[in-house]
Write a protein that binds this ligand. Structure first.
Ligand code: YH5
Length: 284
């Protein structure tokens, strides 16, 4: 399957790597890394981005809103100021395929104008105007499931059957996208690991990831360094590389088309080994 992303074509017949670039002063795991004298340094972001591309990232995901529980909400103007110059630099200077991690209509519109190739929305285009703006861009969209709101979502996540409920939500959002004029072949889905889910919910979603394939959209997963690893391994966020790699492999084995990660080089090795094993299966 091929995904048309503005000038880029992404071949999803083997799993692809999305590298995370958080342009927030307060993100969980790489927060503040690009700040110089209190403001984002484009040079620092570009250096990090070039490194990720050299290590094998297929997509760079730029986000300017922290969805961490308790994080201060960001104004539309603040999000635009953080994200747009970065999207423009990555697309123009580096020629990268850029996805923009946003729920905001104005950020969707301006990112697309500055060369973004994918819209990645943890709120599945449910904010005012987001669905319409996304449809107007003609770009692929990633629809993610979240239960509740970032501030409170981890207080008491609850489901009868998490996999069925996530699947029905995503199916409804796929239908809404199609009704708004977004073609099925431009839609990606994501179960939203850590977004209103307990450890048991996250593990069930990963174990049963193949069940989401019936929705007919490529699956993106974001598991890198997330708190399920803190819960499973009792490790701080900067000690979760091995766990993140295990999760990336488990997701790839279960059909994930794109893995969203902090550690590109190590993930690339894992996927290359996995690919070699898969080829040997097919030809033996
Ligand atoms: C995602 O899953 N996640 S932002 C907590 C962490 C580490 C990382 C405690 N945007 C996703 O990355 N977009 C985010 O350690 C996303 N899927 C998609 N499509 C949260 C994040 C993170 C949170």
């Amino acid at each position: 399957m091929k995904l048309q992303c503005a000038a880029h074509t992404l071949d999803l017949s083997t799993p692809k790597i999305m590298g995370i670039l958080n342009i927030t002063p307060d993100s969980f795991s790489d927060g503040g890394s690009y700040l110089k004298d209190g403001k984002t340094s484009l040079d620092l972001v570009l250096n990090r981005a070039e490194k990720m591309l050299a290590e094998g990232a297929d997509i760079l995901d730029v986000g300017g809103e922290s969805t961490r529980p308790g994080a201060a909400p960001v104004s539309e103007q603040e999000e635009l100021d953080r994200v747009i110059p970065v999207v423009e630099a990555l697309a123009e200077k580096l020629g990268a395929l850029v996805s923009v991690d946003t729920s905001t209509a104005a950020v969707i519109r301006e990112s697309a104008q500055k060369g973004a190739g994918i819209i990645n929305d943890v709120r599945a285009l449910m904010r005012e105007g987001a669905l319409e703006e996304a449809a107007l861009t003609g770009l692929p969209v990633c629809l993610m499931h979240m239960q509740g709101q970032p501030q409170t979502m981890q207080q008491a996540p609850q489901y009868d059957d998490v996999v069925t409920e996530v699947a029905s939500f995503l199916q409804a959002r796929i239908s809404a996208c199609k009704a708004a004029g977004i073609a099925q072949d431009r839609i990606l889905i994501d179960p939203g690991f850590g977004f209103g889910k307990t450890l048991a919910h996250n593990l069930a979603l990963l174990a049963r990831l193949p069940e989401l394939s019936i929705l007919g959209a490529p699956i993106l997963v974001g598991l890198s360094r997330k708190s399920l690893l803190g819960q499973l391994l009792n490790r701080d966020v900067d000690e979760r590389l091995a766990g993140s790699l295990a999760l990336a492999l488990a997701a790839a084995e279960r059909g994930a088309a794109i893995v969203r990660v902090h550690d590109v080089a190590a993930t690339k090795d894992v996927l290359q080994v996995y690919h070699s094993i898969k080829n040997a299966m097919a030809s033996s």
